[in-house]
Every structure is written in C-alpha cells, then in structure tokens.
Ligand binder design. Structure first.
Ligand code: ZN
Length: 163
C-alpha cells in the first residue's frame, strides 16, 4: 500500500527527519533541511505562527528561504496561510490543530481561546452543514480579534491621562 501523503504518523511524536523528508516528497516537494525545519516548527506550534515567530524557531534559515518554503507548503496544501491583523498573515500546518485562537489587533499577540467543549461541537456542526451543501471543508479556523488585557489596560491609562 502506498503511504497516504496526508497521514504522517505524528500522533506518536516520533517522526524523524527522514519521515518528514518522505512526507514532503510524497507531496511533490523537495525534502530540504529548510522545508523540514519549517514544517516541524508549524506542527509543533499550538497556535498559528507569524513570519517572525517562524524565523526565530527555524534559525539559522534566512528570511528569503523561509518565504520560499512557506509559499511551497501553502501551494501544496501542507500549510495554510491565515489572514491576520498583521499584513504578513500567520501560518499553520494543515495537520496541526491550531483551529481556534484570539488575536490582539494592537500587539498582534496570539493566544488560545479558553477550552470550551461547545467550540469543537460548533465547528463540527458547521462542517456537517457544509457537507449537506456538498462543500467539503479541509480546515476550519475560528479566529477572534480584539484587544488583549495588556493593550486594553494601556488604552485605559492613556484615556485617563488625557482626561
Ligand atoms: Zn495586545
């Protein structure tokens, strides 16, 4: 049986670099060290990563290479670019479960939403609704944008300083 390209056994957490390289090749990409490093960083992250965060986590890979690798991962569907309040966007590995998060539009900090059993239910309900319409969703991302506690407090201070 040929290996299913989208079924890398990451549940065990023991995927080797050779496994990652094979996964990349199975999806039509070259298994370069940079591509492996970027994919591993995305998979390990609990939340969508920005360019800067990826650059830190994949150092010493240079920015140009990082952009190129990300473009290829997105083009082949191994990673997804999520629009964010930063112009650059954020990236998730398609297998990773970074499907709900809060983003502060002031400091661009990203944090997990409070664990709420209703949320996965809501997302799977939505997927079922889409299926009824013949639409197959490959990823659903629930993003809440707003002001984090720190930025909210700063704005409050600034406002009271003006008064
Ligand atoms: Zn903030």
């Amino acid at each position: 049986m040929p290996r299913q390209p989208n079924c890398l056994a990451t549940e065990t957490g023991h995927a080797s670099d050779a496994d990652w390289a094979e996964y990349l090749r199975a999806n039509g990409l070259r298994g370069t060290r940079a591509a492996i490093a970027v994919l591993k960083a995305l998979e390990a992250a609990a939340l969508p990563l920005s360019h800067d965060e990826l650059e830190t986590r994949t150092a010493p890979i240079d920015r140009v290479t990082l952009y190129r690798v990300l473009d290829r991962l997105v083009a082949t569907g191994l990673a997804q670019r999520i629009e964010s309040s930063e112009r650059a966007g954020r990236y998730v590995a398609v297998q990773a479960r970074a499907d709900s998060y809060f983003e502060c539009t002031t400091c661009h900090r990203v944090m997990a939403l409070p664990a709420d059993p209703a949320l996965p239910q809501l997302l799977s309900h939505l997927r079922r609704q889409l299926e009824k319409q013949g639409l197959e969703s490959t990823q659903t991302v629930f993003r809440v944008q707003g002001t984090c506690a720190d930025c909210g407090a700063d704005a409050g201070k600034a406002a009271s300083a003006r008064n």
